[in-house]
Design a protein around this ligand. Structure first.
Ligand code: TXA
Ligand code: MG
Length: 348
């Protein structure tokens, strides 16, 4: 299959959106930018189309997809029960990087929800995504547009690496703004619970609806618990090289990583370092990548997955990363980093 790449970096191309909408309505696949990461879209209400997503990604079929909508009223056609608290969150954060889980209605195929009686719904905050959803019929299932197990794509180039020849179209909207996937909150039970941390953090949610729980399997407190979002159990975002996160005071972290770099170089290997703008000049060697500045959290989240992909290409021997417990997105960033590192962390 030929994969068409359409450039919408400068704005929406109405003709191409109409063509993309036709592809989706006919059961095909279109990758598109959102504010979080690139999504791989298909008609969510067509089970054959959803199946194609699993095939293109090599994704386990028990891992449910998020249904993307463009208008609030469309939520009520697919969610059986929308609690008042969910309406408050939608009003405050949609369109935006928040996904909510509801009891599903009959019209949502089990293929889309990975066999669950619940459905995840999100309204992305990106003009091309919203135009595409409308053109494609209103309900677009879209996981991150990466091959299963690779870091989520934050540029169209990453999507092309993983999906060329497997999907009909890629809409290039340039680099995304946030860079880690949406916050997922389960609104289908008695108490709201965060299943995946993202840009919208617990405090922001609690300001709107009061107490919100966190799935113990993702808080890091309980490593034996089974996560409630099936996708969270997989070792996502795994770089090819072994990765270690080094935590502690800046001086200790830099000094420990420098010792390890020296050792790797002496043994003829080339390590990679995930540094910050503030520390990048203090490392003695290896491939040093400043992911962003600690003064600007979004600069870190936005570049994180791209850095992991670059290390794959450069075939580094090992990756050493600083920890990034930043004030707003610290939990989301560390959740992705910890997964990439297979939870290998060293306190120094
Ligand atoms: O930011 C995002 O959410 C991006 C963009 C493209 O919108 N999408 C995304 O999709 O990250 P994906 O498929 O990579 O991650 C979806 C996560 C998985 O961990 C999945 O298990 C969980 O959402 N999920 C989906 N439906 C669910 C449900 N009904 N119950 C529990 N977890 C669910
Ligand atoms: Mg994903």
């Amino acid at each position: 299959m030929d994969t068409i790449i359409v450039d919408m970096k400068a704005g929406i191309d109405e003709k191409a959106i109409a063509q993309a909408g036709e592809i989706l309505r006919a059961g095909g696949l279109v990758a598109f930018p959102t504010e979080t990461v690139y999504g791989l879209g298909a008609n969510a209400l067509d089970e054959t189309a959803s199946e194609k997503i699993y095939r293109a990604k090599g994704r386990p079929s028990d891992n449910p997809l998020i249904v993307h909508i463009a208008e609030l009223q469309d939520l009520y056609r697919i969610a059986a029960k929308v609690p008042e608290k969910a309406e408050l969150l939608a009003e405050k954060f949609w369109p935006g990087p928040l996904t909510m889980i509801f009891q599903k209605k009959e019209c949502v195929p089990l293929k889309t929800t990975g066999g669950l009686e619940t459905v995840a719904v999100r309204m992305p905050d990106h003009p091309a995504a919203l135009a595409l959803i409308k053109a494609g019929g209103g309900y677009i299932a879209a996981p991150s547009a990466n091959t299963s197990g690779r870091p989520s794509p934050t540029q169209a180039r990453h999507v092309a690496e993983d999906m060329t020849g497997k999907i009909e179209m890629i809409i290039d909207g340039g680099s995304v703004g946030i860079g880690v996937e949406s916050t997922i909150v389960d609104m289908s039970g008695d108490a709201p619970m965060i299943l995946r941390p993202g840009y919208i953090n617990r405090e922001m949610l609690e300001e709107v609806i009061g107490e919100v729980g966190i799935d113990p399997a993702i808080s890091g407190m309980d490593t034996t618990a089974r996560p409630k979002a099936p996708g969270m159990k997989y070792r996502h975002y795994a770089p090819k090289a072994d990765m270690l996160i080094v935590e502690g005071t800046e001086a200790n972290v830099v000094s420990y990583i420098n010792t390890m770099i020296t050792k790797e170089l002496q043994e003829g290997r080339m390590p990679g370092i995930i540094a910050s703008e503030e520390t990048k000049d203090r490392y003695v060697g290896g491939i040093i990548k400043p992911v962003g500045s600690r003064m600007d959290e979004l600069s870190i989240s936005r570049h994180l997955f791209a850095v992991l992909r670059e290390f794959d290409e450069q075939k580094v021997s090992r990756i050493f990363s600083e920890a990034f417990d930043t004030p707003v997105m610290g939990q989301a960033i560390m959740n992705r980093l910890l997964k990439a590192a297979g939870h290998q962390v060293l306190e120094v």
